[in-house]
Design a protein around this ligand. Sequence first.
Ligand SMILES: N[C@@H](CCSC[C@H]1O[C@@H](n2cnc3c(=O)[nH]cnc32)[C@H](O)[C@@H]1O)C(=O)O
Ligand SMILES: [Zn+2]
Length: 436
Amino acid sequence: MTMTKWWIEGGIFVTMTPQEPVVKGHLVVENDRIVYIGAEHPGKLAEGASRISGSGLVFMPGLINTHGHAAMSLLRGYADDMVLQDWLQTKIWPMEGNFTDQDVYWGSALSALEMLKSGTTAFVDMYDHMNEVAKVVEQSGMRAVLTRGVIGLCPEDVQRAKLEEAVRFVQEWNGKADGRIMTMMSPHAPYTCPPAYIEQIVQAAHDLDVPLHTHMSETAAEVEQNVRDYGSRPVEHLDKLGLFSRPSLVAHAVHLNDDEIALLAERGVAVSHNAASNLKLASGIARVPELLKAGVTVSLGTDGAASNNNLDIFDEIRLAALIHKGVTGDPTAVPALEALRLGTVYGARAIWQQDQIGMLQVGMKADMIALDLDQPQFYPRTDIVSHLVYAASGRDVRHVWVNGVQVLKDRKAVLLDEEKIMAEAQRCYERLTNKV
Ligand SMILES: N[C@@H](CCSC[C@H]1O[C@@H](n2cnc3c(=O)[nH]cnc32)[C@H](O)[C@@H]1O)C(=O)O
Ligand SMILES: [Zn+2]
């Protein structure tokens, strides 16, 4: 393998490390890893490196989106302003029922493009036709944790077939694309999977030695129904079924009581906070300050583009910093640096990759983004972290690298064909809407 080496000369680096959150200086990457970051000239380490000027740019770790359904970008704007159960049952599921491999491929490619262009370098995806999503990840150069989510509201033979498909997906893709693809197992939610089915999925995760992912406690109605059907709230229910006996990541976790927060902390369960989706579907607002105080890893997710309706993690960072202040009446809730950690360091923790990504530090993978600082919203130069949280958006992202490879250059995707993806996604949508 030929060695690649590049050197960012003279930039501002928001490293997200506890020791030195902001560094003005230099960064050197060799192959897929950061080999130098610091104020001093890198000296010998920069020998033979190609030089990139860091002037006018701010660099930070790539953002991590810990919950979504990439192909749902095909349904962006298709069914807005509805309540979750009605939205899923009358609009989304009937459309998804007609999705082909091609639809999932182009829908996921559209999302990959949008994510890259707004600074997301790693994402979690729970969906169907997952081979297509994996191909998109492979081609786009992104990093992802993928899982064939299963809904168990079907006869046992269909349940079994879905579970086998999910297992095969893990066997085929875990660790692929130079390690950029990792996998999980996922019951879609406690209200769509009977308890015995959840136990089978948990067992499969044990056998395969992969983590678990699910939607949990998204709406008050879900919690009530869980109590009616199973005699306990979703957290206790899933705990009894063994879901938290493995590394697990739960999306939403909006309706939690104090005991449930304590249990999630005790079991080391990570939460994906999907603020925009929860607001849009009027599901509620997660108790993020309390979760953080209890020591739960809280990360950020967009959920599908049909309930957001974009995939910009900068939006989620800003929302996380704002709504919890509004809800608690405490302006110190989720301060700027903590909000930025939700989208970076904690995101990495939530997908068990904190030793690899989420910070700019020697030895870490070079998953990094650069934003254009020479824009009015970033003047005057007061506090760069504050600017990234309260003033920035994904549209400010100019360059993106994943695993040491530049995948976005001057706002253009390097490995994806932007025009073709948008045209094909449009065609998929038109074909799908003619079917129903
Ligand atoms: N179609 C598969 C399940 C795929 S898992 C991903 C599912 O999550 C659904 N989904 C998207 N957003 C949400 C949400 O916020 N809550 C619950 N389900 C969601 C989405 O519509 C999709 O069907 C099967 O039948 O087994
Ligand atoms: Zn979801």
